[in-house]
Ligand binder design. Structure first.
Ligand code: FES
Length: 344
């Protein structure tokens, strides 16, 4: 006699025979349960156990970490029920849990991306490995200054961490980075943080919208999606005030030339001289180009006003469900202070 396993994404319960895994039973009973290796190595069948008991056959830590197991996650391909149970496979929108790390890093390279955005590349010297999902951020501490949050612009599989740090006011941490930071300086990075990351199992179109240094997480997302070899359409819209505020234009133009599924659209909101580029606000360019976004996911990062305008457009006018918009607004310390005053 076996056990009944209810699946939250399926109407009828599975009947799971003794010695049979939940995945085996599901596939045998015609349920399209997400899976890959069937051997506890890839994590594609990761699921949440809502009720009941299962035994997990051996699996790799890569497929399911201890922290995930403690959170109630299981691998369906390794799960042998010991009682009736209820499970759901992880929706692609489920937050990915990576171990939190405190990394000791050194500045490996510095270069100027625009007149006010500096690229900082960090080599990890201790505290790794640093696993993160494209689009996440870390808290960086330079010297004795208070830590600040910055998004990783590199792909998770690249060795150097890359950040795009825009200079804010005099006396700010970003001013220190602009004026005083030198190659070889120590930097402490803690993370990863943030939920506006690439949903790697989503195969539909990607609409990525960046404003200013919000291009950092969006670059990581776009490059990770392209590097996966996926053929999904990827549209990258980058908003900047003037030509001098755009950066990595040649880089993205060359990616566009190399990938026929990738489109790069820079948009200038306040060009100081005549331009052949698209002009206006970046979300207006998106509105002009799309009537609907069936099956798409959107990733949006940049100044709060731009993120809010883009999100409103995507949800209210283009009909994208809110859960398919993954947005990361970059609040300055002044923004945060204003918000806490308003909230108080
Ligand atoms: S299918 Fe790969 S871990 Fe379960």
């Amino acid at each position: 006699m076996g056990f009944a396993v209810r699946l939250r994404q399926h109407a009828r319960p599975l009947s799971v025979a003794p010695g049979e895994t939940i995945l085996e039973a599901a596939l045998a009973q015609g349920v399209a349960y997400p899976h890959g290796c069937r051997s506890g190595n890839c994590g594609a069948c990761k699921s949440r156990l809502h009720d009941g008991e299962v035994e997990l056959a051996p699996f790799s830590e890569y497929a399911l970490s201890e922290a995930e197991r403690a959170e109630g996650l299981i691998l369906a391909c390794r799960a042998l029920p010991w009682s009736d149970a209820e499970v759901s496979w992880l929706d692609s929108d489920e937050i990915v849990l990576h171990p939190q790390r405190r990394l000791v890093c050194r500045v490996a390279a510095l270069d100027e991306l625009t007149h006010d955005i500096r690229r900082v590349r960090l080599a990890i010297e201790a505290g790794g490995p640093f696993d993160f999902s494209a689009g996440q951020y870390a808290s960086l501490a330079f010297g004795a200054l208070p830590p600040r949050d910055y998004s990783m612009a590199n792909r998770p599989d690249e060795a150097l961490l890359e950040f795009h740090i825009r200079r804010m006011g005099a006396g700010s941490v970003s001013a220190y980075v602009a004026e005083r930071l030198r190659p070889g300086d120590a930097v402490i990075a803690e993370g990863p943080l943030g939920a506006a990351h690439l949903r790697a199992t989503h195969a539909g179109p990607i609409l990525a919208i960046a404003g200013g240094s919000g291009l950092a997480p969006i670059k990581s997302i776009v490059e990770t999606a392209l590097a996966s070899g996926s053929r999904q359409p990827i549209h990258l819209y980058v908003g900047a005030r003037d030509e001098r505020d755009l950066y990595l234009v040649e880089h993205f133009a060359s990616l566009e030339a190399a990938h026929e599924n990738f489109r790069f659209v820079p948009v200038l909101s306040e060009p100081l001289r005549a331009t052949r580029r698209r002009t206006g606000f970046v979300h207006e360019a998106v509105a002009a180009d799309f009537a609907a976004l069936d099956g798409a996911k959107a990733y949006v990062a940049g100044p709060p006003v731009m993120v809010e305008a883009a999100t409103a457009l995507l949800v209210e006018e283009l009909g994208l469900a809110r859960e398919h918009v993954h947005a990361d607004a970059f609040y300055t310390e002044a923004d945060k202070a204003a918000r806490s005053v308003a909230a108080g």
